[in-house]
Design a protein around this ligand. Structure first.
Ligand code: SAM
Ligand code: SF4
Length: 473
């Protein structure tokens, strides 16, 4: 079979990164292998996102530029997948004559058949059917994990929560969970390819398996924790309303589960939370944070925030800043509210102007930066265990002795902090030395978004992190 070149452009969240790998996996039997050279590609897939208006614009502007590539290379197949494809369907073919295929968020497993038809007859296809269940679910490992240490694994798709600002339930469909044995098989395949860390993905992992009567999410974590040679487990996202006592306790007892939780709160004001349909109050949220920190004192907590939700007053925004000061997050993502035509909040009145949204976003980010700096400063002098992801040539490490004889590496702590560090070269081929292994790093300083330090052995001090000792390579 002739080898054909596949170029994938992924915009958006981790689910799209995972889907890109699935797309590569299902197209491999047709002879497609990944390429970085778009102009000579036989097929280009644009994996789109519509969570905010900007992401959608980015997808359309990339697609627009592809018209020229198609003119220069008329045999090229151009396919649009992901959430914009699901939302716009047929309209994309009408708007963009150079596009051959529009496939929705549930159509990835039907891709090979569609691509075969296009190759044979150069027809144009739209498939945006949504289904209530996950029909075909064969564990697939695409070529995109090559050389990587960490990978995403989708455990469920869709969402039933209907937050009023959010397009996800409308473009990813109803919540449906994969069977635990399929998930475990897939992780085993990834581990065999060299993956040491997995992040389990779902819009609300707390309701994993509920509908289908599968095991609970905590039981799934236990099964993944038992996989040989897997080093670390992360998951995202946990909806605060459903975060169970059982799952909180898992942070205290599962040794591979990273000591980090991403718990998006969106706002610190009860009235805004109610109008967002989040189904928890500020007090509920703070109680859960307190409980988590009791079970696992070293746990890092991060969150998502939306500023400028319709009708948000200055006082309500101040409640959000106050919540951030109370929780003292380890990091956060903040977004200006963006109208999504399919989401109910787009019809809410009292929209907030861009200037105010920008101001609020900046105030929020400034506050978090201060907290991050203080938290980073507290980490200096501690030893953190890092899973090494690779070398980091572009990063200077202030103060590290004799940089020329040392190699600079990058990894992550269990708490999800990015850590750069130096280690002696010792004459061996550098790539193989530490990538995919655990290393203990004495933290010596901090940049705005990362920490730096030097590799030590355990005898130099005690680490504040639990677990992982048994799985260090
Ligand atoms: N399921 C996750 C949850 O409930 O937290 C998050 C899913 S969404 C892909 C990621 C983040 O995008 C949300 O937590 C929210 O902060 C942000 N977001 C979603 N819709 C938005 C909108 N219309 N405008 C601005 N930000 C939005
Ligand atoms: Fe969107 Fe809310 Fe579902 Fe998250 S839980 S995907 S924010 S509807």
């Amino acid at each position: 079979m002739r080898s054909k070149q596949l170029y994938i452009n992924t915009i958006g969240c981790q689910m799209n990164v995972y889907d890109a790998n699935q797309i590569a996996g299902v197209l491999a039997p047709l002879g497609y292998t990944g390429t970085d050279a778009i102009e000579s590609a036989d097929m280009v897939v644009v994996n789109t996102c519509t969570i905010r208006e900007k992401a959608e614009q980015k997808a359309f502007s990339f697609l627009g530029r592809l018209a020229k590539s198609k003119k220069d290379n008329p045999a090229m197949i151009i396919a649009v997948g992901g959430c914009v494809a699901q939302q716009e369907g047929q309209a994309i073919l009408q708007r963009m004559p150079h596009v051959d295929l529009v496939f929705g968020t549930h159509a990835i497993f039907r891709l090979p058949e569609m691509v075969r038809r296009i190759e044979a007859s150069r027809c144009r296809i739209v498939d945006v059917r949504l289904s209530e269940t996950i029909e075909i679910d064969d564990p697939t490992v695409g070529s995109l994990v090559d050389g990587q240490v960490a990978a995403f694994v989708t455990i469920m798709r869709g969402c039933d929560n209907y937050c009023t600002y959010c397009v996800v339930p409308h473009v990813r469909g109803r919540e449906a969970s994969r069977r635990p044995d399929r998930i475990v098989d897939e992780i085993r395949l990834l581990v065999a390819e060299g993956i040491r860390e997995v992040t389990l993905l779902g819009q609300n992992v707390n309701s994993y398996g509920d509908k289908e009567g599968l095991c609970t999410f905590t039981e799934l974590l236990e099964r993944v924790n038992a996989i040989d040679r897997l080093g670390r487990i992360r998951f995202t996202t946990s909806h605060p309303k459903d975060l169970s006592e059982d799952l909180m306790r898992a942070f205290g007892r599962l040794e591979k589960l990273c000591r980090h939780i991403h718990l998006p709160v969106q706002s610190g004001d009860d009235e805004i939370l109610r109008r967002m349909n989040r189904k928890y109050t500020r007090a509920d949220y703070l109680n859960k944070i307190e409980r988590l920190r009791k079970v696992c004192p070293e746990i890092a907590v991060t969150s998502d925030f939306i500023v400028g939700f319709p009708g948000e007053t200055e006082r309500q925004f101040q409640r959000t800043l106050d919540l951030i000061e109370t929780v003292r997050y380890d990091g956060l993502f903040a977004f200006m509210y963006s109208d999504r035509p399919l989401a109910p909040a787009s019809a809410f009145s009292a929209k907030i102007g861009d200037a105010v949204k920008k101001e609020r976003l900046q105030a929020l980010l400034d506050l978090q930066e201060t907290i991050t700096r203080e938290k980073h400063a507290d980490m200096v002098g501690r030893i953190l265990r890092v899973l090494v992801e690779g070398t980091s040539r572009d990063v200077d490490l202030p103060g590290s002795a004799d940089q020329s004889r040392n190699i600079r590496w990058t990894g992550r702590s269990s708490s999800n902090h990015i850590i750069h560090f130096s280690a002696p070269q010792e004459g061996s081929p550098e790539k193989e030395v530490l990538t995919g292994k655990f290393a203990d790093i004495m933290i010596e300083g901090a940049y705005a978004h990362s920490l730096w330090g030097r590799m030590v052995d355990r005898s130099e001090g005690s680490t504040s992190e639990k677990g992982e000792a048994s799985i260090a390579a």
